[in-house]
Ligand binder design. Sequence first.
Ligand SMILES: [Zn+2]
Length: 362
Amino acid sequence: MIKRSARWPGQTAVIQGVSWGFFIVLFLGLCFPVRLDALAEPFALIDLHVDLPYRSLYKQRPFAEGSGQYTAARLYRAGVRGVVLPLYLPEDASPLGRTRAELERSYAHVFRSIVATPPYALLGCQTSGVARPVETWLAFEDAGAVGADLAEVRKWMLRGVRSFGLVHNEPNVLATSSAQTGQLSVGLSLDGKAFVEQVFSVGGLVDVSHASDRATDDALDLAEKLGKPLIATHSNARALAPHPRNLTDQQIRRIARSGGVIGVNFHQRFLAPDGGANATLDDLVRQVKYLLTLAGPGAVAIGSDFEGGIRPVPELKDVSQVQKLAQALLAAGLSPEQVRAVFGGNARRVLCGPQASNVPAP
Ligand SMILES: [Zn+2]
């Protein structure tokens, strides 16, 4: 015979409390399910093109906030761990246009802004001792102000410029622009070819986003001849979105073969046919998958173009949403390793390649 133990005072109330607690937790769990993927580490993003310098210097928006698309306080939670910041000069940057002095002003502004704005850290590719979590690299988005003065290339490399965009929407002394694709038989000028060779010789990256087809093909010829990687920091596939800012299939394959990368642009116009007015996250995923098919897993990256006057797909209206792209890529069949490569691994490889730390002394 088992003797029933006597209940201690308050035992019934405790049992009832625990039971109610269990049901309340169950109820809340059913109403507000906690998504496991929301608890996971975000995919580390290195963005190859964010126009924050332009937005802050020429549109008078605070560097820490931009227009709202790229707010410093949101970067870490969004998974951003690195960003390339172009020293873009608008055509009317000064009464004399894009000048060397204006380039210096832009550089000083960006340098000061990075130092003054956590979580940005100066100079990417540092492997230790970085107290701030978002690495930065500088870039040109129009090298016309430097032009034929080849000694400038090494100087800017030593100042943190990693990627040299040849031209913007207007032609310059180096190259014709995408706006002229099909209109001219000239791509790179003689100065342009010498400039590209100089960038390659000091271990820099040549960026052909905004270049005309002829100029892109000329730069590809030089990259192949010299065995250097060529990049397109913020361009998509023209086969899916027929815009001259986007790349042909052959250019995509050649960039991949050179060891370079293509940064996928979030601008609706560059994502889908018919001007992409209603382009969505699905179109962005389609672009990534198409590029992966043509270029392979090591040649696709992200170049959002945030703060560059873009109209992003509605699901990615600002940087805080970028992990939605990672989740959409996983849902579309990419492996976590592939998403990691697209989000940051491939960009890091070209930005921090062996050539990056080896700028030859003057
Ligand atoms: Zn651009």
